[in-house]
Design a protein around this ligand. Structure first.
Ligand code: ASP
Length: 317
């Protein structure tokens, strides 16, 4: 039985200068735990989709990442989370935006995919559906994260928006350089050669009420198709939305015959750079080829496969 699993925990200004030894240990352990959860799911006979959900849940439960428990605060001091999942075997997809008090938004996205008859639910509609499906909720207390709250308190009376980590305040709704993005994502190829992608995020600190990024938008931050690739993005969402990044990579493979790596390099390191968009992605195809690709200083990332290989990294080469 052969499988491949690739994950990310956000891209951005991640350099040895901003990480101490303790933080490196913490991120390594967190990424390894997510890889192992995802791999276990596939070893037990689970699908690529099962592995994506298992790996992402592990990261959503870890306050190190800006998703689930570690989600950042909006302009109104709330957590509003976005997530999406897509199954490349039949192009089924589920997404949610602006949800609050959900422990694992990726599980709600999967419920939307499997049981709603729709693809994308938001706000109260998503909350009502979560209740109906018995999706686990979380209290404000559970979702409260002191350091992310302090980040928000510092800038809540300004027009600044902050991308996940302290010290990177950016004026206006469309920030541009020098920050980190803590979104999480996973892509997998299972023993049947089916691929899947998922992404989950709290978005940006002090983001406008109702703002939706690229992560839950099928084709922008998340996409999977067995014929081409499974992609999960992280970075400055407004650019990823406008560049329709994940689907663009799939199209370059399908219509132009590019390899996975050629397509990722072209979109992330050429097209997006020319637009001024910062970030990265993880990718896998149905043969188990994979890629980490980013134009920022670093990206929290990891990969494992059925041969027991395990890679964890943060910085650029
Ligand atoms: N792409 C996400 C967003 O714009 C942010 C991130 O990747 O951390 O909401």
């Amino acid at each position: 039985m052969s499988f491949t699993l690739v994950i990310h925990g956000g891209a951005g200004n991640i350099t040895p200068a901003i990480m101490n030894a303790q933080q490196e240990l913490e991120y390594t352990a967190a990424l390894q735990a997510a890889l192992r959860k995802g791999a276990e799911a596939m070893k037990a006979g689970g699908s690529a989709t099962d592995a994506v959900v298992a790996a992402i849940c592990e990261m959503e439960d870890n306050p190190l990442f800006n998703a689930g428990r570690g989600s950042v605060f909006t302009k109104k001091g709330l957590n509003e989370m976005d997530a999406a999942i897509m199954d490349g075997s039949d192009l089924s997809a589920g997404a949610i935006a602006g949800v609050r008090n959900i422990k694992n938004p990726i599980k709600l996205a999967r419920e939307v995919m499997l049981h709603s008859g729709h693809v994308f639910l938001s706000n109260e509609g998503a909350a009502e559906f979560a209740l109906k499906q018995g999706v686990e909720t979380a209290t404000d207390e559970y979702l409260f994260n002191k350091s992310r709250y302090d980040q928000w308190v510092e800038i809540r009376d300004t027009d600044y928006t902050q991308l996940d980590h302290k010290g990177d305040n950016l004026k206006g709704p469309i920030p541009n350089t020098g920050h980190k993005f803590g979104t999480v994502g996973a892509v997998a190829c299972d023993a049947q050669g089916n691929i899947a992608a998922g992404t989950s995020t709290g978005g940006m600190t002090n983001k406008r009420f109702g703002r939706i990024g690229d992560s839950p938008v099928i084709g922008a931050g998340t996409y999977a198709n067995n014929r081409t690739c499974a992609i999960s993005c992280t970075g400055h969402g407004e650019y990823f939305l406008r560049a329709v990044v994940a689907y663009d990579i799939s199209c370059l493979m399908e219509y132009k015959g590019m390899s996975l790596q050629q397509a990722c390099d072209f979109v992330i390191k050429d097209k997006l750079v020319k637009m001024g968009g910062e970030g990265g992605l993880i990718a896998v195809d149905a043969k188990g080829n994979f890629d980490f690709c980013f134009n920022s200083a670093g990206m929290y990332r990891g990969m494992t496969n059925s041969e027991g290989k395990e890679i964890v990294g943060y910085y650029g080469e």
